[in-house]
Ligand binder design. Structure first.
Ligand code: NAP
Length: 520
């Protein structure tokens, strides 16, 4: 498969516009091959209109049919082989191991959703059969299940060119739900996006999906993104990126004549608490693994641990100093991300102390890792120190007592994760900390680091605002499917008119809640 630079509008390609975009190699600063056509408003409208029309067919596809589509997408991505991983590396500056790993994650998550669809029980079928003789009033026959929302808009994340991009978690969950997707490609990886977009297009044709089930648009000016969110036929948005971008998209969505849900994952600081007893036992290994987690992938993860809190411990700070000096920086994804990192680090340097800095490799967007230090009063007096700096940096905050640490925990905004390191004695003594943190985050981790988010059924990758715009959802794992559905209730329907999931004979053999009992 070779690159064309054209927008994908259902089963067609389109290059109406006059403006073109180029992908940049962040390691060298050079432009990469292929001019990508910035989508026009007319192309956007065509994509959404096709998606809206296709939805009337796609929403009726069975779980087996949608599963076959997702599995075919996975197969087509695999078939792209080195063409895909080489373009990924050139556009992102990320190494081959990461490219191959992320491709595996992307394929794996498509297959996991396919499995969910084949099982079919995810629809949350609930049946309360009629009670005609109930006194004082009879009960009607009432049945409900999850149904897809319609055409949805999805924005690609810069930091996961595959797993949170064109065929990533948001697209996989929306397609699994029965929604058609209009995807706004991230300008940091245009070629990777087109290759995967073409793989989805091919899979859609070969599995007999409707024209318009998926479209892919290029832009770097917010124009297409804003118009996508405003389009009246778009019924929900999936987004991963900055707070500024996510909040702007959310504000546009709620200002529409018909407001729509926006599932924006906007990053977080992911505080790590290290309790007093465990630090005496494992100071060196916690310091080593913490620095490894901060610098993993040049710190470009939304689960990067951006703050570590502990009761005063000079030995631990000195262990961190040794570790950070040995740590490597790397090439960041874009010049914009590098500039934002440098600016954030410079501001922190003026407001706190530097524990140490790591090494900077060569490369156009290369940066060095930095660890900062502050006491609790300094942290509270300078809100910037509690904000995310996207990249390989973190702040270590020392307090004088448990009460001080609890006060910081209570003052935390919403985050994706929080971590507590403690031995049994610590954890018993700090149970109140765990209670506070449950109210602040989507995922609470004991004795591990937050980087590395398993794609599974129980995962929650979300959290209270400002880490996301909707804390009731996850953007990783199969639980993410219900972001793109809503419950629909069928009252007194004849059996023949009910969806198969709700028919009395349970022809799909799925798990259902029947008169309050789970049964198959
Ligand atoms: P971004 O600036 O939020 O952009 C992400 C996508 O959203 C882009 O496609 C962009 O459109 C679109 N967008 C942004 N603002 C918009 C607006 N006002 N209206 C319509 N569309 C808008 O994120 P980024 O480019 O990936 O990186 C910038 C910063 O985001 C980083 O420095 C980091 O702080 C943060 N970030 C966070 C995460 C996370 O894990 N949550 C991941 C990546 C980055 P265009 O393509 O048209 O510009």
């Amino acid at each position: 498969m070779s690159l064309t630079g054209k927008n994908i509008i259902g089963f067609a390609s389109s290059s109406e516009g006059q403006v073109t975009l180029k992908a940049i190699n962040p390691s060298t600063g050079e432009n990469l091959s292929t001019d990508f056509f910035k989508a026009t408003i007319n192309e956007l409208n065509s994509a959404v209109e096709k998606a809206d029309k296709a939805f009337q067919i796609y929403r009726k596809k069975s779980g087996q049919e949608k599963a076959a589509f997702l599995e075919k997408i996975a197969e087509e991505i695999e078939t792209l082989g080195d063409t895909l991983t080489e373009r990924y590396m050139a556009e992102s500056g990320l190494p081959q191991g990461r490219a191959v790993g992320e491709r595996g994650r992307t394929i794996g998550q498509l297959k996991l959703f396919a499995q969910l669809l084949k099982d079919g029980s995810w629809v949350n079928a609930r049946i309360d059969t009629a009670l005609p003789d109930r006194q004082p009033l009879p009960r009607n026959d009432i049945r409900s299940m999850e149904r897809p929302l319609g055409a949805v808009g999805v924005f690609g994340a810069s930091n996961f060119p595959l797993a949170f991009s064109v065929a990533g978690g948001d697209t996989a969950s929306a397609l699994a739900a029965g929604c058609c997707v209009v995807f706004k490609a991230h300008p940091a990886h245009l070629g990777t996006s087109e290759l995967v977009g073409l793989a989805i297009q091919k899979a859609a044709i070969e599995t007999n999906m409707p024209d318009g089930v998926f479209s892919l648009l290029f832009d770097d000016s917010f124009e297409i993104g804003q118009e996508l969110v405003k389009h009246p036929s778009i019924k929900a948005i999936g987004f991963t990126g900055s707070y500024r971008g996510g909040k702007a998209i959310f504000d546009t969505a709620v200002a529409r004549p018909e407001p729509i849900p926006v599932y924006a994952e906007m990053g977080s600081v992911n505080p790590v608490f290290v309790l007093p007893k465990i630090i005496q036992e494992k100071s060196q290994s916690i310091a080593q693994n913490y620095v490894a987690s901060v610098t993993l992938g040049v710190g470009q993860f939304c689960t990067n641990p951006g703050m570590l809190l502990l009761e005063k411990n000079a030995d631990f700070i000195s262990a961190l100093e040794t570790q950070i000096q040995e740590a490597n920086g790397g090439v960041m994804l874009t010049t914009g991300i590098k500039d934002a990192y440098r600016k954030g680090v410079e501001k922190s340097e003026n407001l706190s102390k530097v524990i140490g800095k790591g090494k900077t490799p060569s490369g156009f967007t290369a940066v060095e890792p930095v660890l900062f230090h502050a006491d609790i009063d300094t942290l509270i007096a300078n809100p910037h120190l509690s904000e995310e700096i996207f990249g390989p940096t973190s702040i270590v905050v020392e307090g004088n007592s448990k009460d001080e640490l609890l006060a910081v925990a209570k003052s935390l905004a919403g985050h994706l994760t929080a971590t507590v390191f403690g031995n049994e004695e610590d954890l018993n003594e700090y149970q109140d900390l765990l209670e506070i943190l449950q109210q602040k985050v989507g995922r609470l981790i004991i004795n591990g680091f937050p980087t590395g988010v398993e794609v599974c059924h129980a995962m929650v990758h979300g959290g209270p605002f400002p880490s996301t715009t909707d804390s009731r959802s996850t953007s990783v794992g199969t639980g993410s499917i219900t972001r793109f559905t809503r419950p629909v209730c069928f009252q007194d329907f004849p059996d023949s008119l009910l969806p198969d999931e709700l028919k009395s004979g349970n022809p799909l053999n799925i798990w259902r809640l029947v008169n309050g009992q789970n049964e198959q």
